[in-house]
Write a protein that binds this ligand. Structure first.
Ligand SMILES: *Cc1c(COP(=O)(O)O)cnc(C)c1O
Length: 402
């Protein structure tokens, strides 16, 4: 029989396999074949989920808390999130202004489908988290990419934001601290962005998933907290994945205007329904329980951050900023582009990442995946020993380029 002809939906033109996954898959298969790959590609902490959180989940299972829950999350978790916003961000929300989802990623997806449509423009500063432009495009809206200049610490200026606004601009996405650059806005910089947003009526989407991963006393402030005026046109996205090493548990949350949260909850009710009941109980413990494991993780990340940045800058041809947040660095490797290895030209950051993987057995993610060509993203979510060995291998490998 001849093959059935699958005609995919037009929207799939916008939905490509992410380049991050491609390199991760290649690194995995090399490891499986016995290669000794050092992995800087991971987008998650390498620490285990703390025991008190695991215990809360086990208790939930044993007590039979294993059925459907309210679509937008159990009240106990919503209340814990409300307390967290009060405690950490000086923000007051009610239960109707909170939605718990299957990860921060689903929060953004719910938002996209509930809020954006054809004809809308959504401003996304680049380098960006790979999923933003795709999720915006799926909604039918147009992602408008503006460049964050490296010489401005991978941040946009108020002028650059202003200049990008048109009559169709619906929202801007702010991710501070950032994946992939680790950049973080100061409170003053955020305030300027908020002021423009209010003046021009542009909605703010603030992805604060790396809130707790700040270094050198960088003062984290939620953009929503500047005034009631800002808050009513802001949605804050956050979650437990990064702060508590809970990426596999799939719990994220959103806080924003009632009408929008209701619409996002309706999307969720017609797609996934509630996030896992067991994970919700674990998230209550994560948010309300002892926070000392977070401090320990931040202290360890900070040590690694300094070593990796110093090590990269010591390699001839690489320039790397010292980022104030997250667990990524985004070194500039553009000096190596157009160079050759074994006669083959390295044209792009993807070629460079390939070269490092094959020649040095080091996995990194090409910057082009994040709209940041000429760079690579390296997560320091791996042991100090691996970091030092990885740096040594990169240094050796790049001397072979001509
Ligand atoms: C990891 C991450 C998220 C959310 O991840 P979930 O596991 O879906 O909660 C959101 N935004 C950014 C920028 C991230 O890096």
């Amino acid at each position: 029989m001849s093959e059935y002809k699958i005609k995919l939906a037009k929207r799939m033109d916008e939905v490509k396999e992410s380049a991050t996954l491609a390199i991760t898959a290649k690194a995995k298969s090399m490891k499986a074949k016995g290669w000794d790959v050092i992995d800087f590609g991971a987008g998650e902490p390498d620490f285990d989920t703390p025991d008190n959180i695991k215990e809360a989940a086990i208790k939930a299972i044993k007590s039979g808390f294993t059925k459907y829950t309210a679509v937008g999350g159990i009240d106990e978790l919503k209340d814990a999130i409300i307390e967290k916003f009060k405690r950490d961000n000086n923000l007051n929300y009610t239960r109707e202004e909170i939605l718990v989802s299957c990860g921060g990623k689903q929060s953004f997806f719910n938002l996209s489908l509930a809020f954006f449509e054809k004809g809308d423009e959504v401003i996304i500063p680049a380098p960006y988290w790979v999923s933003y432009p795709v999720m915006v495009a799926i909604s039918g809206a147009k992602p408008v990419i503006i460049e964050e200049r490296e010489d401005n610490g991978f941040k946009i200026t108020p002028e650059e934001f202003s200049d990008a606004i048109t009559g169709s601009t619906k929202a801007i996405v702010i991710n501070s601290p950032s994946n992939p650059t680790g950049a973080a806005y100061t409170p003053d910089e955020l305030k300027e962005i908020a002021d423009i947003a209010v003046k021009k009526g542009v909605f703010l989407v603030s992805d604060e998933i790396y809130e707790k991963l700040c270094y050198d006393n960088h003062p984290f402030v939620s953009i929503a907290s500047f005034s009631e005026e800002v808050k009513r046109q802001t949605i804050v996205l956050n979650g437990v994945s990064k702060t508590y090493s809970m990426t596999g548990w799939r719990i994220g949350y959103a806080a924003g205007p009632k009408g929008l949260i209701k619409a996002m909850t309706n999307i969720q009710s017609q797609s996934t329904s509630n996030p896992t009941s067991i994970s919700q109980k674990a998230a209550v413990e994560a948010i309300k329980g002892p926070q000392d494991t977070v401090d320990k993780m931040v202290t360890e990340f900070d040590k690694r951050r300094k070593i990796i940045v110093d090590g990269l800058n010591a390699i001839k041809g690489i320039r790397c900023l010292l980022p104030p947040g997250s667990f990524y660095v985004f070194p500039n490797i553009s000096r190596f582009l157009k160079k050759r290895f074994n006669g083959k030209i390295i044209n792009t950051s993807a070629d460079f990442a390939d070269f490092l993987l094959e020649e040095a057995e080091v996995a990194v993610v090409p910057g082009e995946a994040f709209g940041g060509e000429g760079h690579i993203r390296m997560a320091y979510a791996t042991s100090m020993e691996n970091i030092k060995e990885g740096l040594k291998r990169i240094e050796e490998a790049v001397t072979k380029l001509e």
